[in-house]
Structure formats: structure tokens, C-alpha cells
Design a protein around this ligand. Structure first.
Ligand code: MG
Length: 384
């Protein structure tokens, strides 16, 4: 029986994770759940899965959760520090990190420190501190199991050859709602959130529209698979059926295909190295018809270029890009800046930073705070 903690249980990935877990009650047991503020859903999940502990991070959510759960012996934790306690102290085999944003880093480290495998949907963990996290995982002998669909695809493709035989990784990108369209600079929140293929949380949907998501995923792939960023390529594939590919040194390309459905990579991460039956519709190639691929336009999708630049610069640069982008995306969702300004703020904050090599956790958190502050000034002042 695998004991599982799900961080970010009420979000899109968290809900899909619980759906997968519920199908295999003789294999998985939920021992911890966390949410930011959706206490109604969290309480419902807690009553169904009977974890040992639950955590909420947003002020004001705690009292309501206590009332909703009544006295049914579930330990209730509160705040970001307790999120790390949930990841590290509750006895578990796997911690699923489905948190959104920089807040996911410390719980990942707590889980690794406690010797838990981490099923990782929180790409920011590796973007901010990939070197540190992968090194710690090796020291502790724990696995980082990718949930991000592209990285799960690569991980699956790598079963076709050895690590030293891989020549290139090819990440596919849907291109988001503005692929092949002009004039997205002033797009509304509603237009940006109308992703043509994937149903996802708001942050990653906006990142998908700017293609920052793919920029962050390049960095994530670099750390996960230990391959130089020069050997990671992005190709736009609007159907999102080919989830990513590995090119081996003999020139053979291995791809993983499926309908866009996050339950597959989640289940694979939880059951690895086994494959269990899936409930989703199998891919029908004739129904898909044609698959198309294009080179991304990095002058239009500036955020993708910024992701590559941060990856090449290394050190603290990706953490700065990530923090600036989180502030900019939030400001856009709150209607305070235009869609086009997201990339300009990201670029402006990056330009003011000189990357520190091999940063410690403290240094990463320090530049994260600094970048948020600078990005916040730009949002306030409209100086981009
Ligand atoms: Mg992805």
C-alpha cells in the first residue's frame, strides 16, 4: 500500500490525482491533503479519503475548515511552514506536489529531506532550484517522478534507450490561444483563459498563452534529465497529441502519444514502473487525422526566449524570471496590466539581475523576494 500526500488537492492536478487514487483503493492510501483556501472541497475530500492530516495556507480558511471537519480526528495544519510539515512529517511513500508557484519549493525539499519520493507537478521547484533539488534527491536516494505531461512523455520515451544515448529532447507546445494569430497584446483575461486544448488552472493557462510555460518547462527538463539546454528543442504542435519526444544518437525519434488528459501522467508517476489500466478513451489516430508541427516564433513569443535565456544564464536567473512572471501574471488576472505587459515586465526584471552561480536555498529565496518587489514596482508604476 502506497501512502500518499497530495499538496494542492483542490486544484486541477490535485483533483485528477484523487480521481486516479480512488480507482485503486487496494494500492493507494491518502494520508495528507492540502489546499490554499477552498475549504469546502478540501473538507469533502477529507471526509472521503480519511487522511491523517490536512493543511490550509490562506488566512481565514482555518476556522471554517475546523467547523466543516468537526471532531473527526484529522490533524489540521495551517500556513506555509505547516505545508512543509505535511510533506515531511506525515509518514508517506510519495508526496504529490501539485502546488502552483514558488510556494511549492520548500515542501518539495521537506519531502526529499524526509526520504519521500516526489511526484512533481510543481515545475517552479526545479525552475527555481533545480540543481539543489536534484542533488538533494540523489543524496537522499529518492526519486523525482514527473507529472508535467511533456516530462512524463520524455520519461516514458527514455525507456527505449539509455540516458547517455539521448541526443536531443523535443518538447511539444500547443501554442495556446494565440498561435498563428496577430495582435494578442491587448487580449482580455477571458480570451487568454480560453485555452484551445487543455483545461488547467489560471496561472498555467496564462503561461501557456505567453508560452512562458514552455520556457519554464525547458528549464525543468534540463534538471530532470540532466541534459544541456542547447539540446532541448521546442516544437509547436497545436493538436497536443504527441506529448514530447526523445531523439537518440542513432537518429531514432521516440514519441509518446495520447489524448490530452493529465490523469495518464499522474497515474504513471504513481504506479511507475508498472502500467495499470487507464479509464480514459484510447487514442484513435484516424480520428485525429493529421498531426502538425511548427517552429515557434520567439520574436512573438518573447517569454519562450526569456526561458531559454534564463536557462543559459543559470544560477539565480530562472528563479528571478519565475518570480517576476508570477507577479506579472497575477497583475494581468487582476486587470492591472495588459497581456503584452507580462513579457515586458519579465524581461525588464531579468535585465536588472546579475545571476549568482550555484545559489543556496537562502539566495534563491532572496532573489525571489527581490524580483517580486521589482516586478511589483513596474506593475504599480506602469514603467515598462
Ligand atoms: Mg506541461
Amino acid at each position: 500500500m502506497k501512502r500518499i500526500v497530495v499538496l494542492g488537492a483542490t486544484g486541477s492536478i490535485g483533483r485528477s490525482t484523487l480521481e486516479v487514487i480512488a480507482r485503486f483503493p487496494d494500492r493507494f492510501r491518502v494520508v495528507g491533503l492540502s489546499a490554499r483556501r477552498n475549504v469546502e472541497l478540501l473538507a469533502k475530500q477529507a471526509r472521503r479519503f480519511r487522511p491523517e492530516a490536512v493543511a490550509v495556507t490562506e488566512e481565514g480558511a482555518l476556522g471554517r475548515l475546523k467547523i466543516l471537519l468537526g471532531d473527526n480526528k484529522i490533524r489540521i495544519l495551517f500556513g506555509e511552514e505547516d505545508l512543509s510539515a505535511l510533506a515531511g512529517e506525515v509518514e508517506a511513500d510519495v508526496v504529490v506536489n501539485a502546488l502552483v508557484g514558488a510556494v511549492g519549493l520548500k515542501p518539495t525539499l521537506a519531502a526529499i529531506g524526509a526520504g519521500r519520493d516526489v511526484a512533481l507537478a510543481n515545475k517552479e521547484t526545479l525552475v527555481m532550484a533545480g540543481d539543489l533539488v536534484m542533488r538533494k534527491a540523489r543524496e537522499q536516494g529518492v526519486r523525482i517522478l514527473p507529472i508535467d505531461s511533456e516530462h512524463s512523455a520524455i520519461w516514458q520515451c527514455l525507456r527505449a534507450g539509455r540516458g547517455e544515448e539521448m541526443r536531443r529532447l523535443i518538447l511539444t507546445a500547443s501554442g495556446g490561444p494565440f498561435w498563428g494569430k496577430e495582435g494578442s497584446e491587448e487580449a482580455t483575461v477571458e480570451e487568454v483563459l480560453a485555452h484551445p486544448i487543455w483545461q488547467m488552472g489560471q496561472k498555467v493557462t496564462v503561461d501557456s498563452a505567453t508560452m512562458m510555460n514552455k520556457g519554464l518547462e525547458v528549464i525543468e527538463a534540463h534538471w530532470l534529465f540532466g541534459i544541456p539546454v542547447e539540446r532541448i528543442e521546442v516544437v509547436v504542435h497545436p493538436q497536443s497529441v504527441v506529448h514530447s519526444l526523445v531523439e537518440f544518437r542513432d537518429g531514432s525519434l521516440i514519441a509518446q502519444l495520447g489524448w490530452p488528459d493529465m490523469r495518464l501522467p499522474i497515474q504513471y508517476a504513481l504506479t511507475y514502473p508498472e502500467r495499470l489500466p487507464g479509464v480514459w478513451k484510447p487514442l484513435d489516430l484516424a480520428e485525429v487525422g493529421a498531426l502538425s508541427f511548427y517552429r515557434p516564433d520567439v520574436t512573438k513569443f518573447r517569454c519562450l526566449a526569456l526561458g531559454y535565456e534564463a536557462a543559459r544564464e543559470g544560477g539565480t536567473a530562472p528563479a528571478v524570471l519565475n518570480a517576476a512572471n508570477e507577479v506579472a501574471v497575477n497583475a494581468f488576472l487582476e486587470g492591472r496590466i495588459s497581456f503584452g505587459e507580462i513579457a515586458r515586465i519579465d524581461e525588464a526584471v531579468m535585465a536588472r539581475h546579475r545571476a549568482l552561480p550555484d545559489p543556496s536555498l537562502e539566495e534563491v529565496l532572496e532573489v525571489d523576494r527581490w524580483a517580486r518587489c521589482v516586478a511589483g514596482e513596474w506593475v504599480e508604476g506602469g514603467r515598462v
